[in-house]
Write a protein that binds this ligand. Structure first.
Ligand code: GYE
Length: 330
């Protein structure tokens, strides 16, 4: 078949028109403002990357703001989103309290608000439409249960010859639900355990969810109790990784002299388990972007959504770390 030049020109023109029509069709469906806490941990970086990628996939114009670990910056960002008349506002509450006023401003402007990852306490639950995140309380319980099981199976004895196993705790950011939830879950599981009498919590202090602070606080624990600490529960993996450096610097063997359990299940912790320097980590899934934007779109279309959803999470330890590592996304 011979194709005439005219036909070619018409066909080309049509193709171009289709392309530009298509370009118009991919105009962002909604504008969403999102206030992230900062970049304090490997987990947070994975969470941020996931939110940004999911926004592209969901055809959202994302206004992303990093609060550099300060609640006042989050409040400012939310106020800016309100002024910009975005369609919906999402944020990760760095701490649980202090949000009532700004959320009332959003409500007055009729902008729906969604919460991601951490929990918050507000006087009126209608100040946000939906919350998706992780169950920190359950994570704390899982951490203690793993320890209790490990201690029983290995017949672990106190290093100092005393009658109790000494636990030290690196807590997360003061006032953050991820820290208080993990503390409560851990304490409740310990108090409910038939082996409760085996344990003593020797020290518990915040390391603000960062590697540097985790290392610093562990150094001070070791200064006071080098030969007494049997178990470290770190409320995130980054602090555990910092603590491992402090433990090695003190001439002790992480995972052997001191059992180390973290939270998050980030790649750095998998590597530490594979290298024999950490024992276990309770998973906390940062891949919440897809569910976040799916829920946001439903809200904006007036469809019903669940008020609160938790993502699924497991526990990893040296028995399955190597196998699981290959398929980890964060
Ligand atoms: O465990 C920690 C992060 O809020 C669940 O925040 C999150 C925690 C996570 O910085 O690494």
């Amino acid at each position: 078949m011979r194709i005439s030049k005219t036909f070619m020109a018409v066909a080309l023109g049509a193709a171009l028109a289709t392309t530009s029509m298509f370009a118009q069709a991919v105009e962002p469906e909604y504008t969403i403002g999102f206030s992230q806490i900062g970049a304090e941990s490997e987990w947070r970086t994975a969470n941020t990357n996931d939110v940004k990628a999911a926004a592209v996939k969901h055809n959202i114009d994302l206004k992303f703001s990093d609060a550099q670990q300060k609640q006042e910056n989050q409040i400012k960002a939310i106020r800016t989103f309100i002024a910009q008349k975005v369609d919906l506002i999402g944020f990760v509450p760095i701490v649980a309290t202090g949000w009532d006023n700004i959320l009332r401003e959003a409500k007055r402007a009729k902008i729906p608000v969604m919460i991601m990852d951490r929990d918050l306490t507000v006087s009126d639950d209608s100040l946000y439409v939906a919350k998706i995140g992780t169950d920190s309380y359950a994570e704390g319980r899982k951490a203690f249960d793993w320890i209790d099981n490990y201690v029983t199976q290995n017949n672990l004895k106190p290093r100092n010859g005393g009658d109790k196993l000494n636990i030290v705790i690196l807590e997360g950011t003061v006032g953050a639900s991820a820290a208080t939830g993990r503390s409560h879950g851990f304490d409740d599981a310990l108090n409910e355990s038939p082996n409760k009498g085996r344990y003593n919590i020797l020290a518990s202090q915040t390391g603000d969810f960062t590697r540097a602070k985790g290392q610093e606080v562990m150094e001070s624990f070791l200064k006071s109790y080098r030969d007494d600490i049997d178990i470290l529960f770190s409320q995130n993996d980054d602090m555990a990784l910092g603590a491992i450096q402090a433990i090695e610097a003190a001439g002790l063997k992480p995972s052997k002299d001191i059992v180390i359990v973290g939270c998050d299940a980030v790649k750095g912790m998998f590597q530490a388990m594979i290298d024999g320097k950490a024992n276990a980590t309770v998973e906390c899934n940062p891949l919440q972007g897809d569910l976040f934007f799916t829920t946001a779109k439903k809200i904006l279309k007036g469809e019903p959504v669940e008020k609160s959803v938790y993502v699924d999470e497991g526990v990893f330890d040296t028995t399955n770390a190597k196998e699981a590592f290959a398929t980890r996304q964060y």
